[in-house]
Design a protein around this ligand. Structure first.
Ligand SMILES: [Fe+2]
Length: 327
């Protein structure tokens, strides 16, 4: 807050009044029209395009719904609380975007299916950039985090050629259905790791079988779902994000067949091609060979990820670009 006599308060940004003969904003229609005219002053064509569409649709929404002052304040309060629920490791706005289907929509537009390429899926709010580096065969989960699972396969391109040295980020829930970031006493990352594919594009790591989980219900987004009579469950899944020079970054997830929430995922992330079988391996020798310290049973998830060359990906994306203004 500024103090009298100090210069620390809001300052004029120096932009001149517009050289436009705008009618005084005395009716709803004038307000929209004036704002659209003002938007003409935006220099960046893409920003101008996005902002003019935003104003048009937002104002149309207010008009169509005859939004009451109370409803508008409810929305403002909701957004305020959504912001307040965010912390360095909790992202309530991503969650909001997820449950409104916007994340899936943006993902779908930017990563359209390219023949042979692995489909993308939503990033979700639980990615962190502090995953530890692991090597092939290592575990990403500490002992006791859940039922053993071994994940293996190859990273290939759309011609079946191995992609060596691809960076693979992977994260998942423990057997309680929680990500490490959801524990208030988190001291280090768990159930997440970063590894690289080998010369033949192979990867493999020990993990735990993820379980279906409720997205956080103790914040405004959870309240919203309850208000809308929607469940807040996600089917069990393993997140994987893969990057390699020359290829479109793949952000995806693998979903275990048979989960009861597969067809009604709260964040619209499931695609048929991402549903996988978890094979049961019941063999002590095999368990030791894979590095599991205890028991003789584990689940095996085998999946080859197929990356799309950047140029091919961009051609596919351009087919979805609406409007003439581009970045
Ligand atoms: Fe998730």
């Amino acid at each position: 807050m500024p103090q009298r006599g100090s210069a620390s308060g809001p300052q004029y940004n120096g932009i001149s009044p517009p050289n436009l003969d705008l009618p005084w904003p005395e009716s709803p229609e004038t307000i929209t029209a004036n704002l659209l005219k003002l938007t003409e002053a935006v220099e960046n064509p893409r920003t101008k395009f996005i902002f003019s569409r935003l104003i048009t649709h937002l104002h149309q929404f207010v008009g169509e719904t005859s939004l009451t002052t109370e409803e508008w304040m409810t929305a403002i309060n909701f957004l305020t609380r959504t912001g307040q629920a965010c912390t360095p490791i909790r992202q309530e706005f991503i969650l909001l975007s997820d449950v409104l289907g916007v994340s899936a929509l943006v993902d779908g537009l930017n990563n359209p299916k390219v023949s042979g390429g692995t489909a993308s899926s939503v990033l979700g709010p639980f990615f962190t950039d502090d995953a530890p580096d692991v090597t092939i065969g290592d575990t990403i989960a500490s002992e006791g985090m859940g039922e053993y699972m071994y994940v293996e396969g190859r990273v290939l391109d759309t011609h079946g050629k191995p992609v060596p040295n691809a960076t693979i980020e992977t994260w998942e829930t423990d057997s309680e259905g929680f990500y490490d970031t959801q524990y208030s006493d988190r001291t280090r990352p768990d159930c997440r790791g970063r590894l690289r594919s080998d010369e033949e594009g192979r990867y493999g790591y020990r993990a735990v079988v993820p379980v279906a989980y409720a997205i956080p219900g103790d914040g405004p987004v959870g309240e919203l779902l309850t208000h809308l009579n929607r469940h807040n469950m996600r089917p069990n899944h393993l997140h994987v994000s893969i990057e390699a020079p020359g290829y479109r970054k793949l952000v995806t997830a693998l979903y275990a067949r048979g989960d009861k929430w597969l067809s009604s995922d709260a964040v619209f992330g499931v695609k048929r091609s991402l549903v996988v079988d978890l094979k049961v391996v019941d063999n002590e020798e095999e368990a030791r060979l894979r590095g599991f310290p205890n028991g003789k049973t584990f689940k095996l998830l085998q999946f080859d990820f197929v990356l799309v060359p950047s140029e091919e990906a961009e051609v596919a994306r351009q087919k979805f670009v609406v409007g003439k203004a581009k970045i």
